[in-house]
Design a protein around this ligand. Structure first.
Ligand code: ADP
Length: 555
């Protein structure tokens, strides 16, 4: 029953009341009017105190109001309380007929029980019949008492008033039906929302389980660096990085170090800070923690965007690569030691071959040719050993100064000329002279030699190698372009990795160890510049390197 009585708005509070209070409240308006009538009767219509019907009618109202409180509605059928409005009609009928022509308007009180019956939404047909029959029966005895001297207005009221009450009943019924439909829709929506909420909680639990089961640290942050989501592995990393104040890795005095394991990474270069500055990166290596707990972590970040495509945060992934980095370091140390050990005997072989060559040059041409082969191969071996040593030393040392790139290119072209002529290649340079850059002439010369000799080496069918350069404000851009065998876009992305060689270079049996470009890249990056490669198979390749035009300002 409680539910049936519930309406929207104040209905929420009404629904919280106990059934007896609810029934009493429905009855209250009519009771108040009848009470006022009862109080007014001795003064306004004292004769009515002698009308038994009128007095019984008033008393019945009082009894009905008391019954609202006394009857245990909660234990009865949900429509049982409707007996009150039905008996109200009876009480109104008694008072109305008892009052006769003294208070003719009393019949209007029938509107209260009719509203109540119609709004209840129950016993639809009964309440409709009662809404027309009730007022009719209330009015009929008084009108019938005048038989056969009815006035036209009495007859029309007898017919019209019940019809009006029927119309009121129908209007209330439709309005409450509409309200109930809306309420049902609201309840359905409410259920839908609850189901959605439950499903999203379920998904969240699933996501958390998956995240905690992975071996990489994951953290999602909003655009201010506040943590939106993280996993257990990430919490481990944060514990190692300290301090233990629950702040994200972007803040605080955290133990985050650069590749050398001891230089603290500046706040603006920390992975989370870079990510919330909108950067997207991969393979950014940092060391976290200190001592034997220190871990090498490869970090990657991707931005998050909201529905409008605006930056709203980032996801940062931390992968522990300590084992890998340590294995690589051990490998580099081994290569560096072995190369070093090779270098002295090779230098000694070359020196002695030189001496013997001088001795046999005039006397034994055959021995001289054989010694020249030994000399060439020893030189190749020495170059390879130097490359290995250079690539094994993780931080290549550069000593930049104000350098004219045009003259470096000229020297490089000069030394590559014999190789170019041999391969039917013309070397073309288009460089403004002088072209100043802040560069280590030895190292950049080495990088240029590498690029030019590659351009010739990987153009087996001859062609043109074009070297151009130009200054662009703070930077100088240098291009080495060939029309040789080229490579696929996938290969050009991997070409700077150590020991990488393209399939076509191997198939064409072009000699090489796959070290030159990794050294070139280390040299360029050592200057704070960068190098890139664009290429297409069969059409040729272009290597572009960017170097700073001037050194840091001195104040
Ligand atoms: P190497 O030339 O000794 O093999 P590099 O590191 O200089 O080593 O080059 C790596 C690989 O990149 C080469 O083996 C070759 O497959 C490819 N490569 C380099 N330069 C060019 C180029 N100009 N054209 C086509 N392929 C190239």
């Amino acid at each position: 029953m409680t539910e049936k009585l519930v309406q929207r708005g104040i209905g929420r509070y009404f629904g919280a009341l106990n059934p007896r209070t609810q029934v009493a409240l429905c009855q209250l308006p009519l009771t108040l009017i009848v009470l006022a009538l009862g109080i007014a009767t001795p003064f306004a219509w004292p004769d009515l105190l002698h009308s038994p019907l009128y007095v019984v009618g008033l008393l019945l109202h009082g009894i009905l109001f008391a019954a609202c409180f006394l009857i245990p509605w909660e234990r009865l059928h949900s429509s049982a309380y409707l007996v009150i409005p039905v008996l109200d009609l009876l009480a109104i009928g008694l008072s109305r007929n008892g009052a006769g022509t003294l208070v003719p308007g009393l019949v209007i009180l029938a509107i209260f029980p009719i509203i109540w019956l119609s709004a209840s939404g129950m016993l639809a047909r009964t309440s409709m019949v009662l809404s027309i029959v009730g007022p009719l029966l209330i009015m009929l005895p008084t009108v019938a008492g005048k038989f056969p001297h009815f006035t036209a207005s009495e007859v029309s009221s007898l017919l019209l008033f019940p019809l009006m009450m029927l119309a009121v009943s129908l209007a209330i019924r439709f309005a409450s039906m509409n309200m109930r439909t809306q309420q049902r829709q609201l309840q359905e929506k409410d259920k839908e929302l609850r189901d959605l909420l439950a499903a999203s909680r379920e998904r969240e639990r699933l996501l958390k389980t998956i995240l905690d089961a992975t071996d990489v640290g994951i953290v999602a942050v909003d655009s201010d660096g506040g943590i939106l989501l993280t996993n257990n592995r990430q919490r481990d990393f944060e514990r190692i990085a300290g301090p233990r104040d629950g702040r994200s890795m972007a803040e605080g005095q955290q133990l985050i170090f650069a590749r050398d394991r001891s230089t603290p990474v500046p706040a603006t270069k920390r992975p989370v800070r870079r990510a919330i500055d909108g950067e997207s990166f991969a393979d950014y290596l940092v060391w976290i923690g200190t001592g034997h707990n220190q871990r090498a972590v490869s970090t990657a970040a991707r931005p998050l965007t909201d529905d409008g495509g605006q930056f709203s945060g980032a996801v940062i992934v931390y992968t522990d690569v300590t084992g890998l980095v340590e294995a690589l370091a051990a490998n580099e140390e081994l290569v560096s030691n072995v190369s070093h050990e090779f270098k002295s005997p090779l230098n000694s072989i070359l020196g002695n071959v030189d001496l013997v060559l001088e001795d046999v040059q005039g006397t034994s041409p055959l021995s001289a040719r054989r010694l020249e082969v030994v000399q060439r191969n020893s030189e190749r071996l020495l170059a390879l050993v130097s490359d290995l040593m250079a690539s094994a030393s993780s931080a290549l040392k550069v000593h930049p100064k104000r350098t004219d790139l045009a003259s470096l290119v000229e020297t490089s072209i000069g030394s590559a000329q014999p190789q170019a002529e041999h391969s039917r290649i013309s070397l073309v340079a288009d460089i403004p002279s002088p072209l100043w850059a802040y560069a280590d002439p030895l190292r950049i010369g080495q990088a240029l030699d590498n690029l030019v000799s590659n351009a010739i080496k990987y153009s087996p069918g001859g062609g043109v190698v074009n070297i151009s350069a130009q200054g662009t404000g703070d930077w100088v851009r240098l291009k080495v372009q060939d029309s040789g065998m080229g490579m696929s876009p996938e290969d050009s992305a991997r070409v700077f990795r150590r020991f990488f060689r393209t399939e076509s270079a191997r198939e064409a049996a072009i000699s090489g160890a796959g070290l030159g470009l990794s050294i070139t890249k280390a040299i360029v990056e050592g200057h704070g510049g960068d190098i890139s490669c664009t290429s297409s198979p069969g059409k040729g390749s272009t290597f572009t390197l960017t170097l700073p035009a001037r050194g840091p300002a001195v104040y």
